[in-house]
Design a protein. Structure first.
Length: 132
């Protein structure tokens, strides 16, 4: 049990109501969809089934609940070990790369158009001079 001076070393995690992905307590907004989740994540800790309520359940319901808790814990471990959202992207998928490619294509088109216009101008000037 932590005292008021100490903070709990384990970060509180909870699912985002919009996208369903887990969000650390340190985030005010979901890093995946941008929804404000600070109040929602804080409420997740109070959703734990207490011992006396568990004893009131039927054996079948208790077994289902325990199986769900095992699956949830496995999923939570998997989510903690998953890489961050931006780390697995290929270089070509990033927006700065797309911007650089589009900018390069526009510059290339501008250079080619300028070269064509200048060459046509030079051809017309030399053609007039030769015809006189």
């Amino acid at each position: 049990m932590s005292t008021p001076e100490e903070t709990d070393p384990t970060p509180l995690q909870g699912p985002c109501p919009r996208c369903g992905k887990f969000v650390d307590a340190m985030f005010k907004f979901c890093p995946h969809c941008g929804l404000e989740v600070c109040a929602v994540v804080a409420e997740v800790k109070s959703d734990v089934v207490e011992g006396d309520r568990l004893e009131k359940l039927s054996p079948e319901a208790r077994q289902r609940l325990l199986e769900f808790e095992r699956q949830f814990d496995a999923l939570q471990k998997k989510m903690k070990s998953a890489p961050a959202a931006g780390r697995g992207l290929a270089f070509a998928d990033s927006s700065i790369t797309k911007f650089a490619v589009i900018l390069g294509a526009l510059i290339l088109l501008g250079v080619l158009a300028s070269w064509y216009i200048i060459s046509q101008f030079i051809a017309s000037v030399t053609g007039r001079a030769a015809g006189m």
